[in-house]
Design a protein around this ligand. Structure first.
Ligand code: GLA
Length: 731
């Protein structure tokens, strides 16, 4: 039993061996937040929020107590109105123009397992005993508008997930204008006075940014229709003393791939409110009488052992209870992708030559990227025409697929299903499929436009085309790309007053299509992509267990991007390729060893013209492949530890430990050389203290405690951009 309710104190206690979460039904049935943190075996209801009459923080309607105010009381879920002037979790417009609500506790129930959230990605349980769910219904004091707050606690994880269902039991239509998935109020910033976010840009995703929480409101958001390169939908609350391995951290991760926001407000008396969910910017949702709306899910993790532990909690949850399907725990194939090798300029001979070379080198899969469909020779045409570009590949796709298969390689293909080019058959037959306001010229991006995926007929047209390819070409893998942000967000099928629904309906439409295709083609390994890592989020992982991390394949910049991504995402979801030098994005040249070892720290592959490699390089690639194959399970599914941050130093280090602690892979990298270098040390993590480990290349033997306490020196690297991969095995 992980959820207790004490009738007398009216306190809910969600607890397991990792955390406690305390909620209290306060006076006047206001739902107050008490605590989220380290587990507390027994809570005796002694920490009641102090009463104080504060000027301009008025009182709860019908309660004459001047010392109690929603403006200051920490609450579980707030609304606009009834004297709470802080950032609200919800806003509702009623027919009479009022947006006032006064939410009070109405009822609750506790159920085993975890109820489904319809049509959305979510964490799941395989067995009801894995989790328990508390549902607390709040009701507006004056109307029959209900907010059901869902809290799921997992029995063996340091995680609570939250979601909110808004029910309109009135007889009139109401309009949601804001519906956060969660709120967390703290009565002070003593425990959490800093936030870590993952801002970035295309080819510069998920850069770690740690900031103080000062007075006022800080917002981390995307308004781009996707989770975006620009601000990932994960944040962590930390104390300024929190380090990788010490101190408290709360991870907040949104299981959604569209617009999002996290708002953090430090109020007049240094209390902190955090609210997050679908971005309320240009969001609204009409609810007719008896209709309901459920928000996407928010993951709340708790770590008392710093950021690395927090990351491990998210890695395990995403890997084990968000990702699904046949490839969820499977070793992911080492692939070669032709994008940076050929771009649009390929033919059958070229592709077959790459496949033949891939076979020689031991590569396991060939992926044909952009340019095989419609009349696609450049990025300004053919999106929407998911039929073969006749003549580009002399004997067609089928021959290429068969060729790869005959060589023992798997075969994969690139799609960008949500898009339309003006120069396409699809546009010529269905100009209305494009998302735009009729009569207003929409903005192009990469010369392309977005399809109105709120529409079933649009999705079905794309689905039909895709199924034809999937049913005729033997595919082992699909890369699902999406190469622009949503602008001109408007759907001709929705009433004017419902246009605020388009961005979310787009996501619901997309998720429905992903569900159909991934369920019907379970043998296919699906990889998400959005101009690199523009839609790298927990929502997408529900459908596709891995994602292209960045279009930046420069090994040095990748160290930061992969390090930043690891804050919230499991290594099995992070893909990384060795590309040619000088690097196509930065112009930097790094050794094949450095490129290889950086990419081998994730789901590994190549993205260059293999036929152009020298004999020595080919030998090196062969060796990289063999060594990745031996360490792959530990890299992809081991415990991951960050050891040194490239955001803070001229070095990067991380490691992977097998669940049995009998194997470990350590990555050490130094960025710039110096004539008078400092000697860097590294202390390993997660090993068995007592055991002896042998490093596989040098054959040196170490004890686990020695590696962790005494540590190792970095090699005395010569030159810029040097790396080393160490492989330890228990004796
Ligand atoms: C995006 C992807 C790349 C490649 C191109 C093809 O930028 O991130 O990997 O597939 O599209 O146009």
């Amino acid at each position: 039993n992980f959820i207790l309710f004490d009738e007398k104190s009216r306190v809910f206690h969600l607890r397991n061996t990792f955390l406690s979460y305390l909620i209290k039904i306060e006076e006047s049935n206001v739902l107050a937040h008490i605590y989220f943190g380290k587990p507390v075996k027994q809570y005796k209801d002694n920490k009641n929020y102090p009463r104080r009459d504060r000027g301009f923080s008025g009182n709860i309607p019908l309660n004459p107590d001047r010392s109690l105010s929603k403006d200051t009381l920490p609450q579980e879920y707030s609304s606009h109105g009834s004297m709470d002037f802080r950032t609200p979790a919800s806003i509702i417009q009623r027919k009479n123009g009022s947006d006032l609500l006064d939410l009070r506790y109405d009822s609750h129930y506790i159920t085993d397992g975890k109820p489904d959230i319809e049509g959305l990605p979510q964490t799941y349980v395989l067995d009801k005993s894995e989790a328990q769910t508390l549902v607390i219904s709040l009701k507006d004091r004056e109307t029959a508008i209900y907010f059901d707050l869902f809290y799921t606690i997992f029995s063996d994880r340091a995680v609570i997930t939250r979601s909110v269902k808004i029910r309109n039991e009135t007889r009139e239509t109401i309009k949601l204008e804001k519906a956060a998935s969660f709120q967390l109020d703290f009565a002070h910033t003593r425990r959490f006075d800093e936030v870590i976010a993952l801002p970035g840009a295309q080819v510069n995703e998920r850069q770690i940014s740690r900031q103080s929480l000062l007075s006022g409101t800080k917002v981390f958001e995307s308004r781009r229709g996707t989770s975006s390169h620009h601000m990932n939908n994960f944040i962590a609350l930390v104390h300024h003393h929190t380090t990788e391995n010490t101190g408290e951290a709360i991870g907040l991760q949104f299981v959604y791939s569209g617009n999002h926001s996290f708002e953090l407000e430090k109020d007049q008396i240094n209390q902190l409110r955090v609210v997050g969910g679908i971005n309320s910017h240009r969001f609204s949702w009409e609810l007719n009488a008896n209709q309901s709306f459920q928000t996407p899910e928010m993951i709340l993790s708790y770590s008392s052992q710093g950021l690395n532990k927090m990351s491990q909690i998210h890695h395990e949850l995403l890997r084990e209870r968000i990702a699904r399907g046949r490839h969820q725990f499977a070793e992911r194939p080492i692939l070669v992708n032709n994008w940076e090798a050929t771009y649009f300029d390929f033919n059958s001979e070229k592709i077959k030559a790459i496949i033949d070379e891939a076979k020689e080198l031991g590569i396991e899969m060939f992926v044909l990227d952009d340019g095989w469909f419609g009349k696609r020779d450049a990025d300004n045409s053919s999106l929407g025409d998911w039929f073969e570009y006749e003549g580009k590949l002399t004997n067609g796709l089928r021959e290429i697929a068969d060729h790869a298969h005959s060589k023992g390689l798997k075969f994969g293909l690139w799609f960008e299903p949500e898009m339309i080019s003006i120069d396409s058959e699809l546009y010529r037959t269905h100009p209305d499929f494009l998302m735009q306001e009729p009569g207003r010229m929409p903005s192009a991006s990469r010369s392309q436009h977005v399809l109105d995926f709120t529409r079933l007929d649009v999705r079905q047209t794309i689905e039909k085309q895709m199924r034809k390819i999937l049913d005729t070409i033997p595919l082992d893998y699909i890369k699902w790309d999406m190469n622009r942000s949503l602008s001109d967000v408007y759907s001709i099928t929705l009433y004017p007053q419902r246009q605020g629904e388009v961005a979310h309906r787009y996501m619901l439409g997309l998720y429905e299509l992903l569900e159909h295709l991934t369920a019907d083609y379970p043998e296919i390994l699906w990889e998400g992509c959005s101009g690199g890592g523009g839609r790298f989020d927990a929502g997408f992982i529900y459908y596709m267990p891995q994602s292209w991390t960045s279009d930046n394949t420069d090994a040095v910049e990748r160290m930061k991007i992969q390090y930043g991504t690891s804050l919230a995402y499991p290594i099995s979801s992070i893909t990384a390729h060795v590309s040619a030098v000088p690097n196509h994005q930065t112009g930097r040249s790094t050794s094949l060893k450095t490129r290889g070892e950086t990419a081998m720290s994730a789901v590994f592959g190549y993205e260059l013209d293999l036929t152009k490699l020298s004999p020595e390089e080919k030998k090196q690639v062969k060796d990289q492949i063999i060594s990745y194959q031996t360490i792959r399970p530990v890299i992809q599914y081991g415990h991951y530890y960050r050891l040194a941050s490239p955001f803070e130093e001229n070095i990067a280090a991380w490691m992977f430990v097998s669940p049995k602690q009998d194997e470990a892979i350590v990555f050490l990298g130094r960025i710039l050389a110096s004539a008078q270098p400092a000697f860097h040390e590294v202390y390993l993590m997660g090993l068995d203290d007592e055991a002896l480990y042998q490093e596989q290349t040098s054959k040196r033997i170490f004890s686990g405690a020695e590696l962790m306490a005494v540590g190792l020196y970095f090699p005395d690297f010569q030159g810029d951009f040097q790396t080393e991969l160490l492989h330890f095995k228990k004796l």
